[in-house]
Ligand binder design. Sequence first.
Ligand SMILES: NC(=O)c1ccc[n+]([C@@H]2O[C@H](COP(=O)([O-])OP(=O)(O)OC[C@H]3O[C@@H](n4cnc5c(N)ncnc54)[C@H](O)[C@@H]3O)[C@@H](O)[C@H]2O)c1
Length: 436
Amino acid sequence: MNKPITAIIVGAGHRSLIYARYAFTHPDRLRIVGIADPDAERRKMGQEMFNLPDSMLFENAASLAARGKLADAVINGTMDQQHVETAIPLLAAGYDMLLEKPFALTETELRALVEAVRRYNRKVMICHVLRYAPFYAEIRRRLPLLGKIQGIETTEHVSHHHMLVGYVRGKWRNTAMAGHHSMLLAKCCHDIDLIMWMKSGVAPVRVSSFGGMQQFRPENAPAGAGERCLVDCPAQVEADCPFSARKQYLEHPDRWTFYVWRDLENVKEPTLEQKAALLRRSDYGRCAYKMDTEVVDNQTVIIQFADGSIASHNMLSGTPVPQRSIHITGERGEITGKVDDSRFVLRVLDPHSTDEYREEIMDLNVLSGDTSGMSGGHAGGDERLVHDFVSVLLGETPSISCTSIMDSVAGHMTVFCADRAMETGSVVEIPALQVQ
Ligand SMILES: NC(=O)c1ccc[n+]([C@@H]2O[C@H](COP(=O)([O-])OP(=O)(O)OC[C@H]3O[C@@H](n4cnc5c(N)ncnc54)[C@H](O)[C@@H]3O)[C@@H](O)[C@H]2O)c1
């Protein structure tokens, strides 16, 4: 039996801890041996969770890197704008890395990271969790049945509550908070990555995009609305507003807890009164129409590949329920489905059939017959991603979802170019990445 991979958490926040919990269910494969985070409370929380000695707590990524290699790998779940600056010294120190998306915010950052991965010859996996969701992995497996892929259409419907908590009121709402204000990068880099993965090996060559913020603008605020829902918004205005902090957070206190109640994470079982008091002062209690939001709420992207094939992605927000859909057409058939239904339909042309095609309905709940015991967020992708990362480090055969960082590069480059196309109203050529 192998010795477990040892890993240090860098940025002991919401995402890292989701991945690190794999060590509880698979102690024979992964052991968390340290934490680096400037937040003393989070270090303490992680220390208790993983039973760590004081000597394995570090004030930040740089102080960990300065100590050299103390484990096999790091789980880097810092915020978007810290990914590259924290990653490079840790790669230089000898760590392999599970790195959150977006792994770079600009082409310059992207090149610097890819160069470091090559120079230090490290294994780096990007947390494109949807690739690991059984729904998408099974589609990828069936893709050869369609022949050459000619068109891909994906859609993401971002629910009103996700849009509000993450992007209108949340920490991805503007460049000052996240280092960028790209919805595509924050939310849809997964969808663009899926498109690249389905077209693996064929370069995207040009892209165009349209979008904007339509809804949450000051001029659209209800007449008489205040600045803060629980402080100065007139009772009737607040009661009629579906986006009021009271409805979004107090009436759904268990939704998005890690964002909304972040400042209460050290309070054991906070009361509704404590939560209301927090909303009176935090960003989540501000009028959604009067925020300093810089992101778009709707965006459409069209892409052309080197082989002439096309793809499009639509991000539409404000829906009552979240949903992602995909439709792929090839020379010999099509695949279409919605991830939240956990089902897709495969149709393959068949000249010998009176119906002209064969149709199969793939029900992932049945198909996976889930013997892995793995579950979790992102349609089952979160835990499978960590499993694959550990497999790669243990020298085992990784799953179909696992590819090198270079496959994530095409997706990020397409996102940067799509945003530029949207801002300039133009078609942008996507540069092929050549790293020395
Ligand atoms: N893969 C996905 O589907 C998915 C979903 C949500 C978020 N994310 C991404 O995950 C990342 C983390 O998001 P989160 O909500 O968990 O963030 P978070 O704010 O909860 O955690 C980040 C942690 O990093 C720590 N930190 C800051 N500077 C540091 C440094 N120099 N060294 C070490 N630690 C440092 C902070 O103190 C904080 O505890 C983001 O980039 C986000 O975009 C990915």
